[in-house]
Every structure is written in structure tokens, then in C-alpha cells.
Ligand binder design. Sequence first.
Ligand code: SF4
Length: 292
Amino acid sequence: MTTSGSSDYATFRRALRRAAPSLQRPLPWIRHADPWAILVSEVMLQQTQTSRVIEPWGRFLERFPTPEACADAPLSSVLTLWGGLGFPRRAKALHEAARMIRDDFGGSVPSDVRSLRSLAGVGEYTANAVASFAFDQRVAVLDTNVGRVVARALANRSLNSREARATAEALLPRRDVASFNQALLDLGAQYCKSSPLCQECPVQRSCAWRREGGADPAPMSAGVSRPQSKYVGSNRQIRGRVLAVLRLGPATRMALAQALEDVDPDRREPIIEGLISDGLVQRTRRGFQLAR
Ligand code: SF4
């Protein structure tokens, strides 16, 4: 499957272990003791840059320190706290997940991947990340950062999803899996980026791509995200503007139209309809409000 043998995996594993202390980022959810805090961070990190998550994550947990606190609150409170994180369907899913945790799991975030995957908005990556970081389960955490690392440092070729997963799993150590997974994420986020910093990379001597050369295998590999489409002027931006208005309170149809007067009504109306059908916005007698 890969051009590297198991001794290359062991060499890379050792190099990463040595480099791990220097790779650590001061992120408040790393090594956090509370699985709920970790789940919230992972959902927020799904489509938002790390630096933009730190402040809303703290605010969210202050208001909703437990799944139950979140589950008992109306969706509108969760959407208000979600603020500018974008992709607000995640907020709705997290609210649903909190209700499932309250109703089906006795108020505690489940520890096994299968149960985690049954929660709203939790896919393979998020389930594995929570299982690893909150419960130290021996599972691979394959996000876009780790996808780049395994394609470059271990395989030196583009990997399909099955291969990327198998490579990440074969790389797992027997012990201290959470700190190893964190080091892989840290390496991908700080050195093995889309434009990699190989000259300064602390594991460069154990990297297959660095050693063998060739075209960068990461861009076409599974799990490696493509650049997001332009935000300015997009429907995503207009959806965000509608929600920003409604976060201040219910708005009449006229007030909302005035707040978005630069947007063609033929475009504005379907966007509002889309927010209603996504369950994020509700009609009121005179206009709209955040869904409750
Ligand atoms: S040497 Fe370059 S490609 Fe290899 S792991 Fe480091 S940053 Fe990534």
C-alpha cells in the first residue's frame, strides 16, 4: 500500500515523539479533562480556523458547561452564542447532540466511536477525535492536517480514503495515543501545511517525500480539504448576515429587508427560505426570529 516499510513507520513515530514537546500549541481544549468541552471544540473546528474558535469556545462553555445545560436551552440561544463561527447548521446539530446525550446517554458524552457517531453532526473524524482526546481510545484521527502528513511523510504518493485511514492506523503507537495524535495534528498545522515548511520541520529526516522527492502527494489525497469557495458575496455570507440581524432579536419582514437592502430580493428570499427549511429561522406573525 505504501512505499515505506514498518521500520520507516517506527522511525517516523520516534521522530514525532521526540518533536512533540516543541510542537505543542497553547490551545485551551488540548488535554482538557471534560469530554463535553472537547466535543464542542471539535464541532467548532470542523469548518472554522483554530484561531477563530478559541474565544467562542470559552464563551459557549461558560453558558453551557454541560450537555444538559445546552440541551435545556432553546436553539436560539445556541445560535446566538455561535456568533460568527459560520456554518450554523453545526450549532443546530450540536444542540441536537446535547439533547441525545441528555436523553440517551444519561448526560455524559459516550466514550466509544460507535455511540459518538450516532450523535447529530458527528462524523468519523469528530467521533475519533473525541474518543482519542477525551477517552484515550486507540483510534486514528485523520483530518486534513494528518492527511497531508501521512501522504507526504509516510507514503510519498496520493492516498485514497481507505489507504489514508490504513496508513494513519498503522502509524498509531501502542501507548499515549492521544498525545501522539495531537502531535500529528500539531505537525500538520504548523509545518506540514498546504505550503510545507520542510526546511524547519523537526521530522524532516524521517519524511519520505523529503527523502525521495517528486510531486507533492498531498493535494490529491483523501481527507485533504480543498480551498473553500470565496466567502465575500456568497450565499453563505448573506445567510450569516440574516442570522446576525436575528441574533439581536426578532425582526419584521421590512426591517430584515432594510438590513439587506443591497441584496436583490430575488436572491434574498430563497436564502431566507433556505434558513427556514434548515430549521435555523422561524416565521413570526410579522417577520422572522431565530428558531427556538
Ligand atoms: S519534511 Fe516537509 S513534507 Fe515532510 S513532514 Fe515535514 S513539513 Fe511535511
